[in-house]
Design a protein around this ligand. Structure first.
Ligand code: AMP
Length: 408
């Protein structure tokens, strides 16, 4: 699903496009329509799934439709400063071409920031991202305008409880109007989160994004190349490596057909499988591959789920899969049963951001292997997205307050 399909405000769509997002992640696909409909949500989703955009985008859209002027309209409570900063940075991108104002309110001892926060909270600001302790400090002085609040988000709720913020959260909530939309995100769902949810949420829609993890025994590597170098690299690997059964994935059947033609011309023993083959043909191809008569098979994602072939020792992603789940399914075709396996992904210039998103989802940086010198110069790996375990691109610790910036 593309972001243009959610019916979001034009200025928001423009901002999303500028951040480079095109296709929604699974959690975004499930959660965004529900928030737009006005439902409370309880979602189990880890960092890396795209959960931040899943709640920020529909909230921004709804705020563009209706805002209570001079009030705080949405409050996002998070466990740590780092997360507050990260969400504020995301928000800066998503609201760039919109008129939504925001501020991050988090600990730290400088009086100037406190004064800026106080000004925003007392004059009203559309969206506030806060850590519990700092918010309580402001609430104690009674100037925060919370009567018009429409949205409450608890992000990483399990972590907040582990850090002992239960009472702070409840104190903050006691100052909010009862009629509001509540969204709770948590990586895990222990009983104490269920209890918290019962106290706060009204008839929530439950969303579960369970991400499976690829088995550790699969060795994952990637090559960062130009699109035009992929074919030569593939031929190089097939010639120089000692793999017995190789499964190559392409996202589109046209690419499968074209690649098969090229490799056949170069005399590699190869077959193809995609949805243009009828069932009998597919079974025949699979049988020849399984029996070892054809050692190399090129496939679309129809082969990535569920098909059990034990001895594939190398999976090559000729292009970067659509999302993390597809990646996990594709590479899971190797190292089945007791055997080991390797998964190699080719990343072109245009695919770097998508691959970084997958790395974030896996919370793992995949080793970038050296491309053989004879292939010539290669691009650097410079994705725009945050990389696994690393903070976001334009990391800026300065507190920003965006007072209704309007179209910039
Ligand atoms: P999060 O789970 O919100 O921390 O997001 C994880 C990473 O995925 C961040 O680097 C986001 O910028 C990125 N991201 C989230 N949604 C998308 C999307 N639909 N397309 C591309 N990247 C995304």
């Amino acid at each position: 699903m593309n972001f243009t399909d959610f019916g979001l405000d034009e200025s928001l769509i423009e901002s999303i496009a500028a951040t480079g997002y095109e296709v929604a992640t699974p959690i975004q696909e499930k959660v965004i329509p529900e928030i737009l409909k006005g439902h409370d949500i309880i979602a189990s989703a880890q960092t890396g799934t795209g959960k931040t955009a899943a709640f920020l985008l529909p909230i921004i859209h709804r705020l563009l439709q209706h805002r209570n002027e001079g009030q705080v309209n949405a409050l996002v409570i998070v466990p740590t400063r780092e997360l507050a900063i990260q969400i504020a940075q995301n928000l800066e991108g998503f609201s760039y071409f919109t008129s939504v104002s925001s501020i991050a309110v988090y600990g730290g001892n400088d009086g100037m920031n406190f004064a800026t926060e106080k000004q925003a909270l007392s004059h009203g600001v559309d969206l506030v991202i806060c850590t519990p302790g700092r918010m309580i400090a402001h609430l104690n002085m009674n100037y925060a305008k919370l009567d018009g609040l429409q949205f409450l988000v608890l992000d990483e709720a399990d972590r907040m409880l582990d850090m002992g913020f239960h009472d702070d959260i409840m104190r903050i909530i006691s100052r909010l109007p009862a009629k509001r939309q509540n969204l709770l995100f948590s990586a895990t769902m222990p009983e104490k989160i269920r209890q918290l949810a019962k106290k706060i949420l009204h008839n929530p829609v439950e969303v579960n994004i369970a991400i499976s993890r690829p088995p550790d025994k699969i060795v994952q590597e990637a090559f960062v190349v130009f699109e035009t170098q992929k074919l030569s690299l593939l031929q190089y690997l097939l010639k120089h490596s000692k793999f017995k059964m190789v499964l190559i994935f392409c996202s589109r059947k046209q690419s499968v057909k074209q690649l098969t033609r090229e490799l056949r011309r170069a005399r590699f023993p190869i077959a193809e499988i995609h949805s243009d083959l009828d069932q009998a043909n597919r079974e025949d191809v699979l049988m020849r591959f399984k029996s070892g008569r054809i050692p190399i098979l090129v496939a679309t994602d129809i082969l990535s789920r569920g098909i059990d072939i034990d001895n594939i020792d190398l999976v090559i992603n000729y292009d970067v899969p659509h999302d993390g789940e597809d990646y996990i399914h594709r590479i899971g075709r190797t190292a089945r049963a007791e055997s080991d396996g390797m998964a190699i992904t080719f990343i072109s210039e245009k695919e770097q951001n998508r691959f970084a998103t997958i790395e974030a989802l896996l919370q793992k940086e995949v080793t970038k292997a050296a491309v053989p010198q004879e292939l010539g110069p290669v691009p650097e790996y410079r994705p725009r997205q945050k990389r696994a375990g690393k903070p976001g691109g334009h990391h800026n610790k300065k507190r920003r307050y965006h007072p209704h910036p309007g179209k910039r």
